[in-house]
Design a protein around this ligand. Structure first.
Ligand code: ADP
Ligand code: XUL
Length: 525
């Protein structure tokens, strides 16, 4: 026993990750790609429908079909699913699923003889689901902020200003544009709570982690805010179930999954959360001060905070942590690998010579600075691409390479201040974390040790760890979060880079110059 399943229902795929906490191993990791299996049946492209004018939706029935295929695949691989003690999961954040009054009985009376898709096609009051890529709700964002008494009020109440992709603005738009379908809706869930509902065979509430991505949850109380609900759409107290507290089982697995895949009848279903909050756990960030940085296509900074601090200038989002106690800060920089690759390609370098350029140039770059907005930037907000050089010769390839990385590291420090986190360690993941010379600059700028962390499916791993922690607590064998995450979140051996005192001193001065340059060229910083 001691097996726990984490399921991550994300934009392009659904992933199952099975852990064994007795010998601290990941025993299975399987993904079902939506385009590969369902493009013909549903017409999705990269897992979504682009409906134009900023509207981007997906198909909740497809996710149910993919869940069946995922579990069938695990079963076919001879994994004994009867050994799983508990399941938790993660969903792409913000997406809203709308169900009619046939949903609850359909889930309860479901037969394991037929697949989910054949039995659940009629439960939707809206066949498609707006997801996080949808940017069509600017008007509704403004209306909601006005409705609660202004942007600052919404920020204070819910932890976030109104964002187009957040669930509340999407719900408001549905109510305004399709009032009849809205009235036929008896349940509004998020991607996370919808998948949990399928597994539990009953309608399940949204957890605080994903609730914080709705613009409707009181972030401090971890309950729906009546003020925010009123400003969003009518009758929401009826259509939303109460927030499902983190870590408390919502039930046991539905007989459908017992009959079809052999799950045990006492297998617990824990509340599902958003993919980012689950990644916080999957990266091992359960203590305030721990920060992770993912250097991927874009760069993302995740931090564990003790309080729900907010960013008035929209530098980041705040979510409740699924650990039930802490909060997560998330800041996203669009010009991550995009900018690193742009500089590499302009000067015809490869990653090897790129690293060499960093090695032989000096911290502080002899005063040369770059604002590396090769594409528009989210933080700080820059709407048009613009690359600014100060005391930096464009013809000097090596200095430009150093400049882009120093800019990214300095920016990651400046725009982490709103989190109020004293950064004690930085866990770096993502493709560019393979480059130790890049990590060295981050260690010196942040003046803390940097560890490399290798993970592909941190959200699914975080979910599996939530299942383990929840089950152990429910069965009287509670262990601390630290103990739960530690064996699965070890940094890569020998990867730690410690800060260099002299370089730290250089960057302490340089950051002032950099911030002044940034201020002069951007709207908010
Ligand atoms: P995503 O998950 O966003 O697709 P990944 O985390 O897989 O991105 O990172 C892929 C990126 O890593 C590539 O686009 C590339 O720019 C970058 N990368 C790979 N190796 C190196 C390296 N040695 N140095 C810097 N960047 C690298
Ligand atoms: C976070 C966000 C995305 C989704 C997609 O606010 O919109 O990261 O969670 O995975």
């Amino acid at each position: 026993m001691s097996k726990y399943l984490g399921i991550d229902s994300s934009t392009q795929s659904i992933t199952g990750l099975l852990i064994d906490t007795e010998n601290n191993t990941i025993v299975a990791e399987e993904s079902i790609n939506f385009d590969e299996h369902f493009k013909a049946a549903y017409g999705v492209e990269n897992g979504v429908f682009d409906l134009g004018n900023g509207a981007v939706h997906s198909a909740p029935l497809m996710w149910a079909e993919a869940l069946d295929l995922l579990l069938q695949t695990l079963k076919d691989q001879d994994h004994d699913l009867s050994q799983i003690e508990a399941i938790a999961g993660s969903g792409q954040q913000h997406g809203t699923v709308y169900l009619n009054n046939t949903a609850a009985p359909a889930l309860q009376n479901i037969s394991s003889a037929l697949p989910l898709k054949d039995q659940l096609a009629g439960i939707f009051s809206r066949d498609t689901t707006p997801i996080w890529m949808d940017t069509s709700t600017s008007a509704q964002c403004a209306e909601i902020e006005d409705g609660v008494g202004g942007q600052d009020k919404l920020l204070e109440l819910t932890g976030n200003t109104a964002f187009e992709r957040f669930s509340g603005p999407q719900i408001r738009k549905f109510h305004q544009t399709e009032p009849d379908a809205y009235n036929n809706t008896v349940y509004i869930g998020l991607v996370s709570s919808y998948i949990a509902s399928l597994l539990a065979g009953k309608l399940v509430g949204v957890d605080p982690g994903d609730g914080s991505g709705t613009n409707m949850m009181d972030i401090a109380a971890r309950e729906w805010s009546l003020t925010a609900l009123d400003a969003t759409a009518p009758d929401l107290t009826d259509k939303l179930l109460p927030i499902a507290p983190s870590g408390q089982a919502v039930g046991t697995i539905s007989h459908y999954f017992m009959g079809r895949y052999g799950f045990a009848k006492d297998c617990l279903v824990l509340p599902f959360s958003g993919d980012n909050p689950c990644s916080l756990i999957g990266l091992g960030l359960v203590t305030p001060g721990q920060v992770a940085l993912s250097l991927g296509t874009s760069d993302t900074l995740f931090a564990c905070m003790d309080q729900p601090r907010t960013s008035k200038t929209g530098e980041g989002a705040v979510f409740a942590s699924p650990d039930g106690e802490h909060y997560m800060a998330l800041t996203c920089y669009l010009n991550g690998s995009l900018a690193r690759e742009a500089v590499r390609d302009i000067y015809h370098f490869d990653w090897g010579s790129f690293a060499e350029a960093l090695r032989i140039t000096v911290p502080g770059n002899n005063g040369g600075l770059m604002l590396p907005y090769f594409s528009p930037e989210i933080v700080p907000k820059v709407s048009e691409p613009s690359v600014v050089r100060q005391d930096l010769n464009e013809a000097d390839a090596k200095a430009n390479i150093r400049a882009v990385i120093e800019a990214q590291a300095l920016s990651s420090s400046i725009h982490a201040r709103w989190m109020g986190v004293d950064i004690s360690s930085l866990y770096v993941t993502g493709g560019a974390s393979a480059n130790a010379e890049i990590l060295r600059i981050y260690a010196d700028v942040h003046n803390c040790p940097v560890h490399r962390f290798e993970t592909a499916n941190s959200a699914a791993l975080g979910a599996a760890l939530c299942a383990a922690h929840g089950h152990q607590s429910a069965t009287g064998n509670a262990v601390s979060w630290q103990e739960t995450v530690a064996p699965f979140t070890e940094p890569v051996a020998g990867s730690t880079i410690k800060p260099d005192k002299e370089a730290v001193a250089v960057y302490r001065e340089m950051i002032v110059e950099y911030q002044a340059l940034e201020k002069a060229h951007t709207v908010a910083s």
